[in-house]
Design a protein around this ligand. Structure first.
Ligand code: ADP
Length: 184
């Protein structure tokens, strides 16, 4: 496909640490952090909020058209950060990181964020039932889906190193595809 850098999805239940990881990984690799939630909100790619859950009812066609118009599909180097992953076409994505978190820790993070009632319950259930991991496994090739822990700060550092190492390998394996003129 000729991308110079891989595109990486960071997904998981709200509160697992997607933004924390996406920001750090993007900074250390010089990639672009694409927060889907932010885009949906800023560009108005939604049909309002789900009253009970407080989450956006996303207009996926508009969102995908918007992403397609960025350099993401051609040059790569994007970190897609969202609590869903099955809508991104497989051809855009090189790695899917599913972050997982201990349930008591997640409960504390979500209540600190003001989640309560049904919204809190549904998100806790989603983590316990590993909904995002299943979604990732159903949507992408097994080899590109990795599950990483995000319980404490030390996990973030370890995960960052793992992703950096993975990107180094990806570049080696894909060297030349997008920059043939630089070969020799
Ligand atoms: P998400 O983007 O998945 O909703 P955030 O990155 O916003 O999650 O993290 C939610 C909260 O949990 C933040 O206060 C963040 O600092 C904290 N947090 C996330 N991951 C970790 C971690 N691995 N160790 C310690 N704190 C974390």
């Amino acid at each position: 496909m000729g991308r110079q850098n891989p595109n990486i999805v960071i997904t998981g239940t709200p509160g697992v640490g997607k933004t924390t990881h996406a920001e750090q990984i993007a900074r250390s690799l010089g990639f672009t952090h694409m927060s889907i939630n932010q885009i949906v909100k800023d560009e108005g790619f939604h049909e309002g909020k789900d009253e009970e859950l407080g989450s956006w009812i996303v207009d996926e066609d508009k969102l995908l058209d918007h992403i397609e118009a960025t350099p993401l599909p051609s040059t790569g180097g994007y970190i897609l950060d969202w609590h869903a992953c099955d809508l991104f076409p497989e051809r855009w994505i090189d790695l899917v990181v599913v972050l997982r978190c201990d349930t008591t820790t997640l409960y504390d993070r979500l209540t600190a964020r003001g989640y309560k009632g049904k919204k809190l319950e549904e998100n806790m259930d989603a983590e316990i039932m590993q909904v995002l991991l299943e979604e990732a496994r159903e949507s992408y090739r097994e080899e590109i889906v990795v599950e990483l822990r995000s319980d404490g700060v030390e996990d973030v550092e370890g995960n960052l190193e793992r992703v950096e190492e993975w990107v180094r390998k990806w570049r080696e394996e894909n060297r030349g595809e997008g920059e043939e003129e630089e070969e020799e």
